[in-house]
Design a protein around this ligand. Structure first.
Ligand code: ATP
Length: 857
């Protein structure tokens, strides 16, 4: 191998190449520009209606109304713009975090860098599951094949097993590994000519958004009909046409929750941004909401429930048992049999075993000022560290003749190497698979035939290690005089027990998932005994442990029955995940599924919530997933689930809140028309209430913290209506109360002065809407239970909006815009009095309810 192939480019060369070739990037699928977001605010039907209203007011000579409507259109647009801009920024940050990475050799070191930094001439390393970051010419490869369907549409993987083949940007490595020299970057690549960079956040509408969209459309249609009906009725009674038109418009505006879409968008986007801080990256926005409703979580074991920091602590051979000291990938430690330290040089049987540990291994250890780091798979990292601890000679990378890489289906790996005694096969893998490939076992005087008794002895040792939670790898070897790699007739050398401790936060997360009514199914490639031991140590109590072989033999019907219990699938193959997801979904379950490998992608796509691992996961799995866990941690799934529930709860709260405010206005306007009074609210006043003051309060409501009991409820049905009967009842009660109270105030003051009466009714409605928000902060707990000050945004929103209302009543410019007049102490007292039950009654009812509940349990 040339020097530049082991060293790669130097930093100076890289910066010179950046200057001449630029960066490895494609024109981004940029989010909408600020101007587009701004324009979007003025293109909806509401604005069109308002513009028509303003035009009619202008023609009718109502200058001030025209200005007022103009101001409302402007303020509403500005508010919408600020919210959407924030949401867009949050999404943009997510997109950036999803940018692809590349493994590169530079200055003699292997590094992970953003794919954008690659330059022509860089030496890149690719392995199974990687997305190729640039066009490159292969220098060397092992069993490499790539899925080029993104470029060619051809779904059969293309073998790259000639050393002069090229790999292309945007394609996926599905097997093997290789080293290649970058030839083209960015728009120069074949991919650059036809596609845009992946890693976008896909803005599909969430279920809730679809439901709300439907609700808004229905309300809109109803509003138009009622508005038209009222106008007709008014005209029949001989009321002036302009006045009736304005009333009809006000009514329509009052009925449609205009603030809703903006509030929903911002809540979801801010929720996604909040999740990044908890290490979960949302790729599809609907995932968080769906996760809140998840009823089954299928999870991997290694790295998700465990730390994925592997340390070999035991070796078993038929002759000897060894203990190993030290932790992690620091080779400071030793191998001991009883009290005696052992090394490759003083223990020939151990030497053979360690030769396989080092020789059938792609991991490397590197040492720098910060200590030891491992590059490669943690299992192999543990074995190479073991070889270091036993002072085993490290094999020459040049003497590899052939390799059959590890994959999750085969569960083993073999390498054919040139040794002093001729070509030799080194194999390692799952013990029960490997022992069946062995015909001999290494004895003190060399290989002897492997008998049934010998197999039983291996099995017993394997079970004993696994019962202690060890991940067990078997090692075997065989000469291959003909230079052909065969995984048969091997000599069994021994077992290595590796510990991978459970993450400390898992038992708590498991308990939370259980109390939230979500079942957990562990699906792991590890052995049933190890998997069960780990499961129990994190609080899972699987009633049924089944392996891939048994699963494959079962009919769908039998398996579906079994899936109803707490279970664990061991020695699983990726295709099992797909079968499990489909069966669970047929039972109506909402399934979250984790995965990291290339073959997990279909199951991740099929699951309601596909979750890929950020650290361990391949690019292919991440691309297929809805959610990426930046820390690979199961506890993060539960945090995201909590966020999903919080979001859904809060969306429900503010839908009820906004609709109950609108209902109050509609009740007041309709009843007033029926009893024949003059307009109770002017069009501009209604717009002010709905667009300026309600929107702010609703956004603040969306920022409510998760409620204590939220993770104790069973998962909601995904099709559960946003409102339901209780929602409608709540809206009706609040609507009727606030509508009738403001009507009463209006009629009470009408004999005194019409403008005063209207100002008081208008201010009363705003105050009612503001103070009723406390009832919606929690749909189950009284405010004193969730903390009076726990949502400072809401208090701020109240101060700002009530302040704005005071200005609307006393500040002359707003007075003339909104046709108001100053209120006296008596009017304020009246309003305050009607506010009291709105604040106190819901609290009282909720207090009685929770006291009743806690007495009942
Ligand atoms: P999970 O599916 O929970 O992530 P896992 O990491 O144990 O579990 P796999 O990576 O598919 O699943 O490994 C399955 C089995 O294959 C392991 O239990 C081990 O016996 C064997 N194995 C794992 N890594 C290697 C490797 N690099 N070489 C040979 N055998 C391996």
């Amino acid at each position: 191998m040339n020097d530049d192939q082991t060293v790669g480019l130097t930093s100076q060369q890289v910066s010179a190449l950046h200057k001449s070739h630029g960066w490895n990037e494609l024109p981004q699928t940029a989010g909408p520009s600020a101007l587009r977001i701004l324009l979007r605010q003025f293109t909806n039907v509401l604005v069109v209606i308002l513009v028509i209203a303003a035009a009619i007011a202008f023609v009718a000579g109502e200058r001030i109304d025209t200005i007022a409507i103009g101001v409302v259109i402007f303020l509403n647009g500005a508010l919408g713009f600020v919210q959407e801009w924030r949401a867009e920024n949050a999404l943009h940050a997510l997109r950036n975090m999803l940018s692809p990475q590349a493994t590169v050799l530079r200055n003699g070191r292997q590094l992970q860098i953003p794919a954008r930094d690659l330059v022509p001439g860089d030496i890149i390393l690719v392995a199974t599951g990687d997305r190729v970051p640039a066009d490159a010419a292969l220098i060397e490869q092992t069993a490499l094949s790539a899925d080029e369907s993104a470029l060619t549409g051809e779904s059969v993987p293309v073998s790259k097993d000639s050393d002069d083949a090229t790999i292309l940007m945007g394609t996926n490595i599905v097997e093997g590994r290789g080293m290649a020299r970058v030839t083209d970057i960015g728009t120069q690549t074949q991919f650059g000519e036809i596609a845009l960079l992946t890693g976008s956040v896909i803005p599909r509408q969430t279920h809730m958004q679809q439901q709300l969209g439907q609700l808004a459309r229905q309300l809109g249609a109803a509003a138009l009909m009622i508005g038209a009906g009222v106008m007709l009725l008014g005209l029949l009674y001989g009321r002036p046409a302009t006045e009736m038109f304005m009333t009809a418009i006000s009514l329509a505006v009052a009925m449609v929750p205009e603030g809703l879409p903006a509030v929903v968008t911002i809540t979801i986007a801010l929720g996604a941004a909040a999740l990044v801080r908890q290490h979960a990256l949302t790729r599809r926005l609907q995932a968080i909401e769906a996760l809140g409703a998840a009823s089954v979580i299928c999870t991997d074991k290694t790295g998700t429930l465990t730390e994925n920091k592997m340390t070999a602590t035991r070796i078993w051979t038929p002759q000897e048992q060894y203990q190993i000291t030290g932790t992690g990938y620091d080779p400071a430690g030793y191998i001991a049999a009883g009290q005696a330290k052992r090394r490759a040089s003083n223990d020939p049987l151990l030497a053979q075993l360690l030769a396989v540990c080092a020789g059938c291994n792609n991991a490397t250890l590197q040492h720098d000022r910060t200590g030891w780091t491992m590059i490669g798979s943690p299992t192999e990292g543990a074995l190479i560290t073991l070889a270091y601890k036993g002072w085993a000679p490290l094999p020459d990378p040049e003497n590899i003749l052939d390799e059959r890489p590890f994959n999750s289906d085969r569960k083993r790996m073999s390498v054919l190497r040139q040794t002093a005694d001729g070509p030799q096969v080194f194999t390692k893998g799952a013990p029960e698979k490997l022992r069946d490939l062995c015909s001999e076992i290494l004895g003190p005087d060399g290989p002897v035939p492997l008998t049934d008794a010998g197999r039983a002895e291996i099995d017993a040792a394997y079970t004993a290690l696994a019962e202690n939670g060890h991940r067990v790898i078997a090692l075997a070897t065989a000469p291959a005089p003909d230079g052909i790699l065969r995984e048969e007739g091997l000599v069994f050398l021994g077992l290595v027990g590796i510990i991978d401790p459970p993450r400390p936060e898992i038992p708590d997360a498991v308990a939370q998932a259980h109390s939230a009514g979500a079942r957990i199914i562990m699906i792991t490639g590890d052995s049933p005994v190890t998997a069960k031991a780990i499961a129990q140590s994190v609080g899972l109590q699987p009633d049924w442990v089944i392996t891939h072989d048994a699963l494959a033999a079962m009919s769908d019907a039998d398996l579906a029955d079994g899936l109803a219990q707490d279970m664990l699938i061991a020695r699983a193959q990726p295709a099992d995940k797909m079968r499990i997801v489909s069966l669970l979904q047929k039972q109506g379950q909402i399934v979250a599924m984790t995965g990291d490998g290339v073959n997990d992608a279909p199951a991740l796509e099929q699951a309601d919530i596909g979750i890929a691992m950020g650290i361990r996961g391949t690019d292919v799995a991440k691309d297929a997933a809805d959610l990426v866990l930046l820390d690979d941690n199961f506890a993060t799934i539960i945090a995201a689930m909590r966020e999903g529930r919080r979001q859904f709860d809060n969306l429900r709260k503010f839908v009820r809140y906004l609709l109950s405010s609108n209902a109050g206005e509609v009740v007041a306007i309709l009843c007033n028309i029926l009893i024949g009074g003059p307009l109770i609210f002017l069009a501009t006043q209604i717009l002010w209430m709905n667009l300026i003051t309600d929107g702010l309060t609703a956004v603040a409501l969306g920022l409510e913290k998760p409620e204590p009991g939220q993770m104790k409820d069973p998962p909601r049905k995904i099709n559960a209506p946003v409102l339901g009967w209780s929602g409608f009842a709540m809206i009706a009660v609040f609507g009727v109360y606030t509508g009738l109270c403001s009507l009463w105030i209006f009629w009470q003051l009408l004999p005194v002065d019409e403008t005063l009466a209207r100002t008081a009714a208008f201010t009363a409605m705003v105050a009612f809407e503001k103070f009723s928000v406390f009832a919606f902060r929690s749909l189950r707990s009284p405010c004193w239970k969730i903390g009076l000050l726990s949502n400072p945004f809401l208090l701020l929103a109240l101060v700002v909006t009530l302040g704005a209302q005071v200005a609307a009543v006393y500040w002359p410019p707003l007075q003339s815009l909104l046709h108001t007049t100053a209120l006296g102490w008596a009017e304020w007292q009246m309003i305050g009095l009607f506010c009291l039950p709105l604040i106190l009654l819901p609290e009282l009812i909720k207090t009685i309810r929770i006291t009743g509940d806690s007495n009942g349990t």
